[in-house]
Design a protein around this ligand. Structure first.
Ligand code: 5GP
Length: 222
């Protein structure tokens, strides 16, 4: 059986990267993680070919032209895209392929992969203040970039409704296991076992987050 595509999006700083790392460590046989190409510069410690394929804008545009990307988007001034070949190979091998990508690209995947079962998950922190704290605590971004990422979080909070599931990342191990369960239940045709995690069941939380992010961007919560 071909694998599923699992799109994982979420606010910058919500802990998607840590969840992915944890999921692959705990269940290496079930998953393959797609490595994106980006025109962003590496952060300290990031490696070419492990975290991203770091390429310049001209090379990125070449990949677009040659149709080598399943999707791509611009995010806070840089290109990000999913190389097609790796995803198609792993799906054919029966692996579930995880794409950790932002919202515009996420919406293109369902359209570009009509033959493949795609499920989408949005990851949030418990609240907006925690989100800001994690971005600052990471210590890798300037105040200006943090502000842009918080503004982008506000924009993205309006698109959460288009996702299938919401995961609130309070405890890393719990969130990771819940994500694994959701994927296995989807693969086994029993998605109703995770109705509580459906976006539709969490609209109060999402609306509250939107309101808080709006207050944040007006400078009321800092
Ligand atoms: P960061 O700069 O923090 O590594 O990533 C910024 C945003 O780009 C995150 O929301 C991340 O999920 C998203 N992203 C990473 N790779 C891709 C990709 O291949 N395509 C799209 N559309 N977004 C991506």
């Amino acid at each position: 059986m071909d694998g599923l595509i699992i799109i994982v999006s979420g606010f910058s700083g919500a802990g998607k990267g840590s969840i992915m790392k944890n999921l692959l460590e705990k269940h290496p046989e079930d998953y393959a993680l797609s490595i994106s190409a980006t025109s962003r510069k590496p952060r300290p410690g990031e490696k070419h070919g492990t975290d991203y394929f770091f390429i310049d804008r001209a090379n990125f545009e070449e990949m677009i032209k040659k149709n080598q990307l399943l999707e791509y988007a611009e995010y806070v001034g840089n290109y990000y895209g999913t190389p097609r070949r790796y995803v198609e190979d792993k799906l054919n091998m029966g692996k579930n392929v995880i794409l950790e990508i932002e919202m515009q690209g996420a919406m293109k995947i369902k359209h570009n992969m009509p033959e493949t079962k795609v499920i989408s998950v949005f990851v949030s922190t418990l609240d907006a203040v925690t989100l800001y704290g994690r971005l600052v605590g990471r210590g890798t971004e300037t105040a200006e970039v943090i502000k842009k990422r918080m503004d982008r979080a506000l924009e993205e909070s309006s698109g959460v409704e288009d996702y299938d599931y919401l995961l609130v990342n309070d405890d890393l191990d719990e969130t990771t296991e819940l994500l694994h369960q959701i994927i296995m239940n989807e693969r086994n045709g029993k998605p109703e076992l995770n109705n509580e995690e459906r976006v539709a069941s969490n609209m109060d939380f999402i609306n509250d987050m939107k309101f808080k992010l709006l207050s944040f961007s007006k400078g009321e919560l800092q």
